[in-house]
Design a protein around this ligand. Structure first.
Ligand SMILES: [Zn+2]
Length: 282
């Protein structure tokens, strides 16, 4: 599932290809992409719009048009965006949207599981829509140990669940939460509100470091995720803990364990991410 580093990679690749381009023709083949709005209606509204900026907020790709309208694309489980100059493959049953741009190139949206969404907002609607759903952007200056502490304060949920909830810090999913908790040496089942100031500080740095590592390697390709030119990310070979059950911890050599937290398969080192830190009996 694409998380912040994957969406950021897509954004960075699409930005120079889309800015200044006009959406000439838009074909939405699956009503689930735009529901409850009719796909033909959204397609007609998008035609003629010229792209001013391609931004990202959390896991949302934010396409800003010169008219002030904003298209929010969420890739969910298996959505991918592909930019081509040689036309769209006609026999691919998983293509959900095709955008023909005014320079003759195409952007194709493909989604096997069909959970991804395209939402067109009128000018001025995006700020409230996004701030209601998302916490601080973890790579921005607004994300500080204090802002993270405030978001985790008094929460009884496991810290893993709190970080999967996009309101604690935007953009993380199962992979990068596990990676951040391993880096911070915090057990995924610790109650979020029980972390002390030093642990929150470590977690803050670990979140940023884990996400930056993913961006530097163009994201993690386990299955579906692709960059807009069809390439794969390289982070899957540099993961420290995610998916490494039974393998030695890179820090201490103990066997990586697996549990469930926040409803998701969760990997951690039982030795350097203790459930009861400092020998306290909790
Ligand atoms: Zn370890």
């Amino acid at each position: 599932m694409p998380e912040l580093p994957e969406v950021e990679t897509v954004r960075a690749r699409l930005e120079p290809l889309l800015v200044g381009r006009r959406f000439e023709r838009v074909t939405i083949l699956d009503p689930r992409v735009t529901r409850p709005t009719e796909p033909q209606e959204v397609a007609a509204e998008l035609e003629g719009e010229r792209v001013q900026a391609v931004e990202r907020r959390g896991k949302y790709l934010v396409v800003r048009f010169e008219t002030g309208r904003v298209l929010l694309i969420h890739l969910r489980m298996t959505g991918t965006l592909r930019h081509t100059r040689e036309g769209t493959p006609e026999h691919d049953p998983h293509v959900r949207v095709v955008v023909n741009l005014d320079d003759g190139s195409d952007v194709t949206y493909r989604d096997v599981r069909r959970f991804g969404t395209w939402l067109l907002l009128e000018p001025g609607q995006d700020a409230e829509y996004l701030s209601k759903r998302l916490g601080e952007e973890p790579l921005s200056r607004a994300f500080t140990p204090a802002s993270l502490a405030a978001r985790l304060d008094r929460r009884r949920a496991p810290v893993k669940a709190a970080l999967l909830d996009q309101r604690a810090a935007a953009g993380m999913g199962n992979i990068y939460v596990d990676e951040a908790l391993w880096r911070a040496q915090i057990h995924p089942l610790r109650a979020a509100g029980d972390l002390d100031a030093d642990e929150v500080k470590r977690l803050h740095k670990a979140v940023r470091d884990a996400l930056k590592a993913g961006i530097a390697r163009q994201g993690t390709t386990l299955r579906d995720y692709r960059t807009p030119d069809g390439g794969r990310g390289r982070m899957q070979t540099a993961l420290r803990v995610y998916g490494r059950e039974g393998e030695p911890c890179f820090r201490c050599g103990a066997q990586i364990g697996k549990t469930r937290a926040g409803g998701r398969g969760t990997w951690y080192c039982p030795n350097c991410q203790p459930l009861m830190p400092n020998g306290t009996d909790g």
